[in-house]
Design a protein around this ligand. Structure first.
Ligand code: NDP
Length: 285
């Protein structure tokens, strides 16, 4: 293997220490821990595990987490009322809504009741709009973590050609905008892109967020390119792989994130960074 491994676990540890220090400083300025409200509708086990992991992370960093569990049959109006109440609650600094919502509930109505300054996922149209205008504030955590990995490993983004595979509102699209913000020349690819390989071979940075195991093969990658793999695909044998054919691409790329252990571990810490930003911005400190 020739590529440098961009170790998300190691970076996450570093970022956690930084976040803990910032939260400790915040706690000297406010009389309580910065607090996240996590809203979960239904009892999907993966979502429940995720909420627990956020709670543990908050505790370990000196923040607080208030978990709000609503039954799967919650009415749209009740969910919206819960989010509106949390948005108005002065002791809640950030709100995280577990997605996807159960069938029958729509995100748009909920987002209209979410205070944009507490939107820790960066999915409120105001935050998405600010990012699109090049004025990022609260940005989606997964792509923010991808940028952090590239920058912390000292890889230049400015002036480089970059491609993002995937255009979802939560990963691909904001990743493209964050790369643009960092002065890359960016192409966004999706399921209708013709000849994906021809586009990717021109790029110095490839970010894969398609949710398709093995989509990015070695022949699509320019020698020396940086490859960021957001994909998390669980195979029939229970193992987890990304969108990139890791073993083969690692022979060609200059730097690559593994799956697991790449972008995943960084994502949650970026959530804490958004909590710190949200708390400071809202309280003007
Ligand atoms: P979505 O399913 O919402 O979006 C997938 C995107 O990939 C779409 O834009 C789709 O195109 C595009 N796509 C699908 N197939 C192809 C293809 N063959 N060629 C090119 N583009 C393709 O997924 P998400 O954005 O929510 O998630 C993407 C991946 O990232 C998933 O594996 C998910 O599990 C993972 N993820 C990882 C996180 C982390 O922390 N590492 C956090 C969140 C997600 P089109 O728009 O045309 O349909």
């Amino acid at each position: 293997m020739s590529a440098r491994i961009l170790d998300g676990k190691a970076l996450a540890q570093e970022l956690r220490a930084e976040a803990a220090a910032q939260i400790a400083e915040l706690r000297t300025q406010i009389d309580r821990p910065p607090t996240i409200a996590v809203v979960q509708v239904g009892d999907d086990p993966a979502a429940t595990r995720y909420v627990r992991s956020i709670d543990r992370l908050c505790q370990s960093l000196g923040a607080a987490c208030r978990a709000i569990a609503l039954p799967a049959e919650t009415a749209q109006a009740d969910l919206e009322a819960t989010v509106a109440t949390l948005s108005a609650d002065d002791r809640i600094d950030g709100i995280l809504l577990q997605l996807p919502l159960p069938a029958g509930l729509t995100l748009d109505g909920v987002l209209s009741r979410l205070a944009p300054e507490k939107d820790l996922d960066g999915i409120h149209p105001i935050n998405a709009g600010l990012l699109a205008q090049g004025r990022p504030t609260l940005t989606p955590n997964t792509p923010a973590g991808g940028i952090e990995l590239i920058q912390r490993y000292g890889i230049e983004i400015r002036g480089r050609r970059a491609a993002v595979v995937g255009r979802s509102a939560i990963v691909g699209r904001p990743m493209a905008l964050l790369l643009l913000q960092a002065d890359a020349t960016v192409t966004i690819c999706h399921s209708r892109t013709t000849d994906l390989g021809a586009v990717l071979r021109e790029c110095d940075i490839i970010a894969a967020a398609a949710g398709r195991p093995g989509l990015i093969t070695a022949d699509m990658v320019k020698p020396g390119a940086t490859v960021i793999d957001f994909g998390t695909n669980v195979l029939a044998d229970g193992s987890m792989v990304g969108d990139v054919d890791f073993a083969a691409v690692a022979e060609v790329a200059g730097a690559i994130t593994p799956v697991p252990g790449g972008t995943g571990p960084v994502t949650n810490v970026m959530l804490m960074r958004n909590l710190i930003t949200a708390t400071r911005t809202r309280l003007g400190i």
